[in-house]
Design a protein around this ligand. Structure first.
Ligand code: GLU
Length: 552
């Protein structure tokens, strides 16, 4: 962008007042500009534009918006810009900025969602139960009270609370990625010749194989060691680890992961169980012939010792939620089909011996690690990382699990909540659902206007609310009343339609019926209104009879 052209305009300068362009020359962009023009002077305060994005969780640490925010900084937040400058500015990231300003991101009311999560975070912070893992001495040295949460949506909207920028070793949350890398390198058929897809029913480090002499699944130690053996065994150890780190970097939206060498050494020095497991697997000829047991184990320890923050882990969870494409870079890290397989296994096996309970209660794929991290994936919506080191007896972060349970109590994110959509009292912050609702409203209004009773019955049975209104605030009852479809008016009234609802111009369904002289509809509605007021009178009579008793 040419900075000379984007000089701030001065307040109240008539010459700078933008003229409304037509649709062809930027009508939509102009509408967005106007929505931020607080004074109507044809200018927008740079701070308002920046804030409009920041409140949606899009900040200057978003790689897609680096140049946008660099331009903002160059202008200064106190500057005022005209329409031309505004156009130039949003051109640095046109689709994302337009989508955001048009409220087209997956969570349009992002601040409200963030405030809600903050409340859950604050209430869970009070829970201090659990015990830090100490079987790896270095893990026991962390401050047990730390607690962080980060959220990243499939549109890259982000927020974090607490210790979300503290590094921890990712431990078992490395397992889905090692499995995904193995799938990418060899395909599902070869990988599953060596590892199963069944919950083991035993602890994560149990020395056990399935009936085909395979580790039960890639989410437990045996399966993860096996997947490590499949990661470029022909290369030397350094290149193999670099390959894994590079993949994590892509999952983190470009942020290079750290590596905790003390954890790695501590892990390796106390890994008798993992050595025993690997020797047992070698005896049973579980490994492919080209692999070396010690190298596979070493890579496994290194993967567990990769260090990251909640912020990073939320972006990688969001990449899985987004079918393998990192929301911050649009980089396709993994194939969608492989992500689907991985999420299926996280769903059934990701939370140690609590996996079945977790699937039942939370209904979402997740993976837990002994450092106290939980990655939660809400497919097509967002990824969440929760980190708090104190674990329950199953080895899951106490606060991590509690957060997931609280989240799905409030929001209809459980996979099977959709079965009770429309009847559930839970909220849904997704635009997609708003769109479906809006589509439902349009359909029912259309059917009402056309006198199509059976279509209305079908829509109501499918969960469309009769009270839904179209963009003009007109309900099905308004339209049926306007068109004089008494059967439909009767049906809608019998199914909860609201006689008092007002459209954009303040008109009720009765006003519509009167305007179009629909005498039978007028009779019907007035009859209902009379009945309603008589029963209200009766009720208030009854209330006054018993009033003294109630008051006493
Ligand atoms: N490094 C751990 C082990 O193999 C991973 C444990 C975990 O997070 O489940 O013992």
């Amino acid at each position: 962008m040419n900075k000379k052209k984007s000089a701030p305009v001065t307040e109240g300068n008539e010459a700078n007042r933008a003229k409304a362009p037509s649709a062809e020359n930027g009508g939509t962009t102009y509408a967005l500009f106007s929505s931020l023009d607080r004074t109507g002077q044809g200018e927008v305060l740079v701070a308002d534009l920046a804030f409009a994005l920041e409140r949606l969780g899009l900040g200057n640490d978003d790689p897609r918006l680096f140049s946008f925010f660099a331009e903002i900084d160059a202008l200064g937040r106190g500057a005022r810009i005209d329409f031309n400058t505004f156009q130039q500015l949003i051109k640095t990231s046109p689709i994302l900025v337009q989508k955001a300003l048009q409220k087209q991101l997956i969570i349009p009311e992002f601040e409200q969602f963030r405030d809600d999560i903050k409340k859950i975070f604050a209430s869970i912070a009070k829970n201090t139960s659990g015990k830090v893992a100490d079987y790896i001495p270095q893990l026991a040295k962390v401050d047990p009270n730390q607690f962080g949460i980060s959220v990243c949506t499939v549109d890259g909207q982000r927020f974090s609370f607490g210790d979300s920028d503290q590094l921890f070793s990712i431990q078992s949350t490395s397992k889905p990625t090692s499995y995904l890398i193995a799938l990418a390198l060899h395909g599902s058929e070869k990988v599953h010749r060596h590892v199963g897809r069944e919950p083991s029913g035993h602890s994560f480090n149990a020395i056990t194989l399935d009936g085909h002499n395979r580790p039960h699944n890639p989410m437990i130690n045996a399966g993860a060691i096996l997947c490590s053996s499949l990661i470029n065994p022909e290369n030397d150890a350094a290149d193999r680890f670099d390959y894994v780190l590079n993949t994590w970097q892509r999952l983190f939206g470009g942020k290079r992961p750290d590596f905790n060498n003390s954890i790695y050494l501590s892990e390796k020095n106390t890994a008798d169980r993992n050595f025993a497991l690997a020797y047992f697997m070698r005896e049973k000829k579980v490994f492919p012939p080209e692999s070396d047991l010690h190298q596979a184990l070493d890579l496994y320890f290194q993967c567990c010792s990769i260090s990251a923050t909640c912020e990073n882990m939320a972006v990688s969870a969001a990449t899985l939620a987004n079918a393998g494409i990192c929301p911050l870079t649009n980089d396709r890290v993994f194939e969608d089909g492989h992500v689907k397989d991985t999420l299926s296994l996280m769903y059934s096996c990701g939370m140690y011996d609590f996996s079945g309970e977790f699937a039942f209660l939370v209904g979402l794929p997740a993976k837990s690690g002994v450092s106290g991290v939980v990655q939660l994936v809400i497919p097509n919506v967002m990824g969440i990382a929760i980190w708090s080191p104190k674990l329950d007896i199953m080895g899951n972060s106490v606060r991590g699990v509690e957060f997931c349970i609280e989240l799905v109590k409030r929001y209809n994110f459980h996979t099977y909540d959709t079965l009770i959509a429309g009847h559930s009292s839970k909220s849904d912050p997704r635009l997609r659902v708003n769109q479906i609702k809006q589509e439902g409203a349009v359909q029912i209004c259309w059917a009402a206007a056309n006198g199509d009773l059976s279509e209305i019955q079908r829509l109501i049975a499918a969960g469309v609310d009769v009270k839904e209104a179209d963009y003009d605030g007109r309900t099905a009852l308004h339209l049926a009343a306007s068109e004089g479809h008494d059967e439909i008016v009767k049906y809608l009234l019998g199914h909860g339609a609201d006689l008092e609802s007002r459209d954009r111009w303040g008109g009720t369904p009765l006003d519509d019926a009167k305007r179009h002289s629909r005498s039978s509809v007028i009779e019907l509605i007035e009859g209902r209104t009379k009945k309603k007021s008589i029963s209200m009178e009766k009720r208030s009579d009854a209330a006054s009879c018993y009033g003294s008793e109630v008051l006493n």
